[in-house]
Design a protein. Structure first.
Length: 118
């Protein structure tokens, strides 16, 4: 279990919570990809559209609950809130964010609503 986030991931979360589209996009490599809700966004133009519409547009915030370092990747489990449609979602929505970084940039981010293991 880690206690500190890599600088680019800390900046990413700060920018998300500040609703700062440009700062969020700046944390990604040009050819990065995001997989969110079974949809993939490749490259900063597509990531910007996703950020504008679904992160900043829905006033999404992320409260870090757990940080796990795993073979060079960082898993951030956090509580999400915002003005998005919360139909059929738990009151405390915890999503796992799987970050891969290279050269100070996020190269991939996969966001998953995991179910409890047996």
């Amino acid at each position: 279990m880690a206690t500190e986030l890599p600088a680019v991931i800390a900046e990413h979360i700060r920018a998300v919570n500040a609703f700062d589209t440009d700062a969020i996009v700046a944390t990604f490599a040009d050819d990065a990809y995001v997989n969110d809700n079974h949809r993939e966004f490749v490259g900063t133009a597509a990531i910007r559209r996703w950020v504008e519409r679904e992160m900043v547009g829905d006033k999404v915030t992320l409260e870090v609950r757990e940080i796990v370092e795993h073979y060079g990747d960082t898993i951030v489990r956090g509580a999400y809130d915002g003005t998005y449609d919360k139909t059929n979602l738990p009151a405390d929505l915890i999503l796992s964010n799987y970050f891969s970084t290279r050269d100070g940039k996020i190269v991939s981010l996969v966001v998953i609503h995991n179910q409890p293991a047996y």
